[in-house]
Write a protein that binds this ligand. Sequence first.
Ligand code: FES
Length: 634
Amino acid sequence: MPRLIIDDIPVEVPEGTNVLEAARSLGITIPHFCWHPALGKAGACRVCAVKMLDGPVKGLQMSCMLTAQNGMVVSTTDDEAVAMRRSVIEWLMINHPHDCPVCDEGGECQLQDYTIAGGHGIRRYDGLKRTHVNQDLGEQVAHEMNRCIQCYRCARFYQEYAGGTDFGVTGHAAGVYFGRLQNGRLESPFSGNLVDICPTGVFTDKTARFRARYWDYEMAPSVCPHCSLGCNTIPMARYRELLKVTARRNDAVNGWFICDRGRFSNSTVNATDRPRQAMVDGQPFSMDDALDGLVERLSEFLELHGPGSLAIVGSPRMSHEGNIMAARLAEMLGAGTVSYFGDVVHAERTIEAVSLLHAGNSASQEDVRHADLIAVMDCDLQDEAPMMALAVRQAWRDGAQVFSVGSECPINSAQQQLFDSTAVSSLSDVPLASAVRPLIICGTRHKGLEQIRAAAASSVRLAFILEGPNTWGCAQLAFEHEAQPFSQTVADKRVKGIISLEADLPAEMLDGIRVLGAADWRQTGPLARAEVVLPTCAWVEQDGTFINHEGRAQRFKQVMRPGLPIKGLNREHHPPRMHRHDAPGGDILPAWQIVAELIKRLGGEQINNPLDAIWAELQGLSAEGPGVLLNREK
Ligand code: FES
């Protein structure tokens, strides 16, 4: 491990680390635009200059291009280095439009930060600025080429990291242009990362354009709820509206990026017609009264039919806290059953897959990125877990062989752009034994239990693709509480009434069954049929926990207070006619609190924290860390 001295501080870094990273490990920030931890170096921007005072290399050097070596003595504050960096900023600003006041990147712009930090304030060049025509890149990403500083991060991410072919760089020397050959929507399912990765305002989130400055946003560490991977995000909200979502670094999970589904799926949270009003028999009630109404109906129901006729239905898209509470309510009432999955097949596959995972074989996205042979088995990765497909691409770029196993593993043009793979009909055709770090990614949506068992029997690392953000957690709870899939409960014909908690049950399953109460923040079948409707908070409106496909528990924090977005308010609500403490449409609760209230009103104990008993270790879980793996030892 090379030892060097940076700004008089000795440091030892792993082989291959560059000087810029070595300085970062000491907390010393050297300005940089083109270097990015996930993309590596390009040497394009020349702003990372440092002075090498002694050792194998001397003089002014680009710190991102220089591998740390024994005996190097580096100064980041040397006058010559500082003057060089200041000059580079001045050159870059010659053609920059100086439009910070109207630029949507203002406040979160690296160029702005380094320009101010470097002290550049007076424009000496009085020639014409180079200008470009912008392109319409679709409804998600805005394009403003005049702000470009030619760092090449966008093209490197889009083409190299994400395999996109419809966007890149054209021109030469000072006349380069980053865009598509013609106007049109960016085709990559990871295109939104251009917004995060661009160090200036060339690419901004069109869906949130001009709605807020960085310092206006309410934000908190969160976890994406749109598949089972649990990618880390920072949702940003203002005036009770979820405006945008950005990627949050977690090296074990999503690295630096997220997919477009996770980034641009805000509309269901903001929908003005989303359930926000408690109802009893179609009439509006306060949450408090609606809860009393449900308790009353529940008591009558239990007296009439007995507790065995009642089912409590949780859901893999609900927080783990909510699902724990579903089991506690069922236990307290002696309910006939608690369900976490709708149909038997889904439940069987999921529970089987989760039961076969243990600390020694479960694979994270990071494991996938470093595998040298990957078998993708019976799943359409780009549809079921897009970031896993991106992880496979990184392994493939590093030389890993990829095999697509089974008929449900489509090798379509979208996948071909990400990685080459060899189609084989069975796992036995994959040379797993020839690899050092082999790995199997197996879907649970299409094929039966044999494939799942075959994957686990191979004794290589495994990543099962599950269906919801808390499916792993639900599988554990189902096992712990002997839960039945809801379709089986229906087939047994014992159940006459249910309480549904954020459950997506198809209408036909509910034929002849009373939906006594339904709690949800989405318009679902059970909610449409419910006698008592209890609106719940979306994940960005509460603290909670999801457990991802590998058994990694991750905490998400409340980003915004619930309530109708101010933008969606009609004349009845805005401007407010009288002072009120609560927001219109804000009389809602997280699902777990709704159940806690029911338990209390039914004569049970007051529950302030659902994470107890075997889940108690999650109580102190930080939302900012890598999460905690719950897989048991084999
Ligand atoms: Fe080193 Fe751009 S960060 S040249």
